[in-house]
Design a binder for this molecule. Structure first.
Ligand SMILES: Cc1cc2nc3c(=O)[nH]c(=O)nc-3n(C[C@H](O)[C@H](O)[C@H](O)COP(=O)(O)OP(=O)(O)OC[C@H]3O[C@@H](n4cnc5c(N)ncnc54)[C@H](O)[C@@H]3O)c2cc1C
Ligand code: SF4
Length: 594
């Protein structure tokens, strides 16, 4: 109910065009009903909102698109309705990142961000890169590090805080921001084969699919251009990619786990501006991954661990690798006396240049991590998300406002051209074989990364993998079991204890947003029998558990209410058996400093 009230208030303020969707063609109505797991025969009347440009996702990519569009329309004295929908309860609440930030893209967008008080205060002062062994470490001197890994001139920030600030900037410019609204499906015209916006999620459907007293139907948000800025492995993005056949090479991913620690005053090892990256221990040399640690003023340590999802051993547990990593002497000294205040997890794109899909489709474009612009050699994607948002906005503005082309279903190929000529393309091309080098092993990856950086990406070879990450598992019977140490509750934590620090929450009485695909109903048992149920270990929120049924047989239980929206299960599940949908808007994690 609150959702609808919110939207009505905003609509009155912003003079958006609203009408009942009874005049939408019958085929649309059927399409909507089908996608909401309510009875096929039950017709849902939805309110329809019209906007010129709809942006799905209020991360750096989506916010940059909105800000740039509004700046351009004000400069040229044009009227443009720009709307962002964000599934988090507020901007920033679903944002999780490192974050060591390259500011140049933000300077392109808002040149006076410093004067305007952007929350960017801690300049990088020291850059350490360690190869960890069980009992020690080797430091790689700064001059030997590939160009991209240097961080001097960058800033240590909380990306969720920066997004909150960008959200306010966007609102001040007149952008409509609807938080607590999850894009549930594309609003697709079957006849014209174009996207005309999205349908937001319904509110108040019970677990059994029946409407509760609190039922409020989702809205149709109709738009000339739909910008998908959902971040890594967005659910609508995946649908658009499949529908329009945008992908020619699989995307690869890593899972990032993160804790935020608060250190007491005068901590002997706290040094604002310190950046430390590590590779190797506790991972073996065949598993791609490593850690980051960023010290931020006044007293915050951002600590994270990333594991490439092309790992082969189904017994590996990324969360436990992270906990074990903290016990290393070169890590624990920073945390002694400090307090863990937040925990979270999110996947990131690692495929880079080779995995970028076609970037536009009839009626929309992909920006930021939805497109896969993260540069894995730097573990940085924020600057590219912002730059792609700027370029998308420029293209949209040229078409809609300057050429006055207000047709639905436009294919903005010019955006693709702009990206190909941009810094994004340049840096992703230079590091195109970086991840492929590490898929051989750690030492090959390090030497190869150094060498290709020396020759400035002029290598003639291509390391491409045609397999998706879910296809890398070895059978459990051929894989070494891994024992992890017990948690002490001070430095290392049980998962459920840590999960409470994410603030995640979902109404229990709603259809699960994690559904087993209809053609993959046998895959959970295959996962259990042949691969020892890796979903019990890779999920950073203990959502998947095999429990015994009343005949003492194992069955899969999905604790969807714990979900952190990291998207790992949509990537790494055996046979990719999970269909990831958005839950009711406003639910999920409540990150503050992530
Ligand atoms: C562990 C980790 C460490 C990282 N470290 C760094 C770093 O140090 N430096 C750096 O530059 N980059 C780093 N990155 C990458 C960086 O965070 C991303 O590149 C950047 O956040 C991408 O921005 P985006 O706007 O494309 O997507 P996101 O930041 O993911 O934002 C997407 C937004 O869309 C919303 N959304 C998604 N789907 C829907 C939907 N269907 N309906 C409504 N809303 C939706 C989400 O809730 C979210 O708010 C890191 C990433 C991770 C995971
Ligand atoms: S259920 Fe999936 S998306 Fe949710 S936390 Fe677990 S792995 Fe991540």
């Amino acid at each position: 109910m609150l959702m609808i009230k919110n939207i009505r208030n905003r609509i009155n303020n912003n003079h958006l065009n609203i009408r009942k969707s009874t005049d939408i063609s019958k085929s649309f109505i059927k399409h909507i009903s089908r996608n909401l797991s309510i009875s096929e025969h039950e017709e849902i009347i939805r309110e329809e909102i019209e906007t010129d440009v709809l942006i799905v996702g209020g991360g750096p990519g989506g916010l940059a698109t909105a800000i740039k569009l509004q700046q351009l329309s004000q400069k040229h004295n044009k009227q443009l309705d720009i709307t962002i929908v964000e599934k988090g309860s507020e901007i920033g609440s679903h944002i999780i990142s490192g974050n060591c930030f390259e500011t140049h893209a933000l300077s392109d967008l808002i040149p006076n961000w410093k004067e305007k008080g952007a929350p960017i205060e801690t300049e990088v002062k020291k850059d350490k890169f360690l190869i960890l062994t069980k009992n020690g470490s080797f430091s790689i001197p700064e001059f030997l590090l590939p160009d991209g890994i240097h961080n001097r001139g960058n800033y240590i920030i909380s990306l969720s805080q920066l997004c909150r600030w960008l959200g306010k900037e966007a609102e001040e410019l007149g952008v409509n921001i609807f938080t607590g609204f999850a894009g549930n499906d594309l609003f697709y015209d079957d006849e014209k084969k174009i996207v005309q916006g999205i349908i937001t999620n319904d509110f108040g459907i019970a677990k059994d699919g029946k409407k509760k007293a609190s039922f409020q139907p989702g809205n149709v948000i109709k738009s000339k251009i739909t910008v998908l800025a959902e971040g890594c492995r967005g659910s609508l993005t995946e649908r658009a990619i499949e529908k329009f056949n945008l992908r020619s090479h699989p995307q690869h991913y890593g899972i990032g786990l993160k804790e935020v620690w608060e250190v007491p005053e005068n901590h002997p090892h706290f040094f604002p501006g310190l950046v430390q990256h590590t590779v190797a221990w506790p991972l073996d040399i065949k598993t791609y991954g490593g850690s980051f640690m960023y010290h931020m003023k006044p007293n915050i340590i951002h600590l994270g661990f990333v594991v490439g999802l092309d790992y082969a051993n189904p017994h590996l547990n990324p969360y436990e690798e992270f906990q074990k990593f903290k016990t290393h002497k070169d890590v624990r000294k920073y945390l002694e006396g400090a307090r863990c205040i937040e925990y979270g997890s999110r996947c990131l794109n690692e495929g880079g240049y080779y995995s970028i899909p076609k970037l536009s489709f009839p009626g929309g474009v992909l920006v930021g991590d939805s497109a896969g612009f993260l540069n894995v050699s730097k573990i940085k994607g924020t600057h590219n998300a912002i730059t792609s948002g700027i370029l998308a906005a420029e293209t949209i503005f040229e078409e809609i406002c300057l050429k006055e082309n207000t047709n639905y279903g436009q294919n903005l190929n010019k955006y693709e051209e702009k990206i190909r000529k941009s810094k994004i393309n340049e840096e992703l091309f230079l590091s195109r074989n970086f991840q492929g080098g590490f898929s051989k092993n750690l030492f090959f990856g390090l030497i190869h990364g150094f060498f290709t950086s020396l020759i400035k990406g002029k290598e003639f070879w291509e390391f491409k993998s045609k397999k998706s990450d879910s296809q890398y598992y070895n059978k459990a019977s051929n894989s070494k079991k891994i024992e992890y140490p017990k948690h002490d509750g001070v430095l290392t934590f049980d998962l459920l204890e840590n999960l409470a620090r994410s603030g995640t929450n979902h109404d229990h009485d709603q259809p699960s947003h994690l559904r087993i695909k209809k053609d993959k109903l046998d895959s959970p048992m295959k996962s259990y029998k042949e691969y020892a149920a890796p979903e019990e270990r890779f999920c950073p929120a203990k959502v998947y558990e095999f429990v015994k049924d009343d005949k003492d047989q194992p069955k899969l239980q999905i604790n969807a209410q714990n979900c952190l929206h990291c998207k790992c299960c949509s990537i790494k599940m055996v046979d990719e058996y999970i269909d990831w949908n958005v839950p009711q808007g406003g639910e999920g994690p409540k990150y503050n400093l992530m």
